[in-house]
Design a binder for this molecule. Structure first.
Ligand code: TXA
Ligand code: MG
Length: 329
């Protein structure tokens, strides 16, 4: 098993060397684990699509150590992107900008734009710097899961999907837990392509511009397929009152049903049916554990997952988005 230790500089060097040689390495970021290949090597990037079973033409995010790395892939970041990057990098923000011709075509899925992110995880940054020192300007990395499945937030999740041949740098459980916010910065105003933990208000404040609506011809975003991030079990999002009455009617002796709820646990327990997890109060707490909780429900044999709808307030947008996609599967 090729588990590399993120806190061991020799393992960081091994991983960086593998990337430099055009091989795949999975690594932790503060959002989710990524499946990386050097972004300036189209053949190496093709290996990512093959390993994930991801259809060609879905662009990947290129991870860079710093602004200099970003400039290798985009000749001049527009002022809007510069402001966002200054506010949120390193961090869970991906900016879509014009791609420098002649580099990163496979990473960009053939598009003339490119998604760039400098992650905040210390292991990711150490890896990107060690790779840059070996001439690797950036690392293309989608989430390290098979296409359509839940993103991994631990090294074990990655190994479950890809087996033991793939080198995985272990950096513990991801702090943020859901994927980065993706903002298209090519127009006069920012466009949110995928919500994450950053709120619209935070992005608008840093950009100095209001977010614009997505155009009909917006670029492809694989996470925007209606069904994505899906557990095996059928997930239903339920309003608090509906969930409460469903539990009153059924009681808690319902095998195969798992509940993830903010409301108080029903008084009547017993039997060996219902699997219950209480949902934390803050969106960042839920984001942090959400994918692990869904995996645990699947592993426990749940057929149905009932999730209490989080509040329809801005700070819950990223979590609501992932739950809605999981429910659409
Ligand atoms: O947090 C994250 O963003 C994680 C970690 C590993 O950084 N990565 C991630 O990658 O979620 P992935 O491939 O699962 O999702 C990347 C998303 C896709 O929905 C893709 O369509 C979009 O980014 N994307 C990448 N480049 C793009 C571009 N040039 N134009 C539009 N969308 C782009
Ligand atoms: Mg993904």
């Amino acid at each position: 098993m090729v588990l590399l230790h993120g806190d061991d500089p020799a393992d960081i060097d091994r991983a960086a060397q593998a990337l430099a040689e055009g091989r795949l390495v999975a690594f932790p970021t503060e959002t989710v684990y990524g499946l990386g290949a050097r972004a300036d090597d189209d053949a190496a990037v093709a290996g990512i699509y093959a390993a994930k079973g991801r259809p060609a033409g879905h662009p990947l995010i290129v991870h860079v150590a710093d602004l200099q790395g970003a400039q290798a892939f985009s000749p001049a970041l527009p002022p809007l992107a510069q402001r966002l990057v200054a506010a949120f990098w390193p961090g869970p923000l991906t900016v879509i900008v014009e791609r420098r011709p002649g580099i990163g075509a496979a990473s960009a899925g053939g598009q003339s734009s490119i998604g760039l992110r400098c992650p905040a995880h210390p292991v990711a940054l150490a890896l990107l710097r060690a790779a840059a020192a070996r001439g690797v300007p950036g690392v293309a990395a989608p989430s390290a899961n098979l296409f359509g499945q839940i993103s991994p937030t631990t090294a074990a999740h990655v190994q479950q999907a890809f087996g033991e041949a793939l080198p995985v740098l272990d950096g513990g459980a991801c702090e943020v837990g859901i994927e980065s916010s993706i903002v298209d910065c090519r127009g006069p105003r920012p466009v949110m392509l995928r919500p994450g933990l950053l709120t619209r208000a935070q992005i608008e404040t840093a950009a100095g511009e209001a977010l614009a609506e997505r155009a009909a011809d917006a670029p492809r975003v694989s996470g925007s397929l209606a069904s994505h991030y899906a557990p095996r079990a059928t997930l239903r999002l339920m309003k608090p009152a509906l969930l409460k009455s469903a539990l009153e009617v059924l009681g808690t002796d319902v095998p195969g049903v798992a509940v993830y709820s903010r409301s108080a646990r029903p008084a009547r327990t017993g039997g060996q049916g219902l699997c219950w997890r209480s949902m934390p109060a803050r969106p960042e707490q839920v984001a942090h554990e959400l994918f692990s909780v869904l995996r645990e429900f699947d592993a426990g044999g749940a057929r149905l997952i009932w999730v209490e709808e989080p509040p329809a307030t801005p700070e819950w947008e990223g979590v609501r988005d992932r739950l809605q996609r999981a429910a659409a599967a």
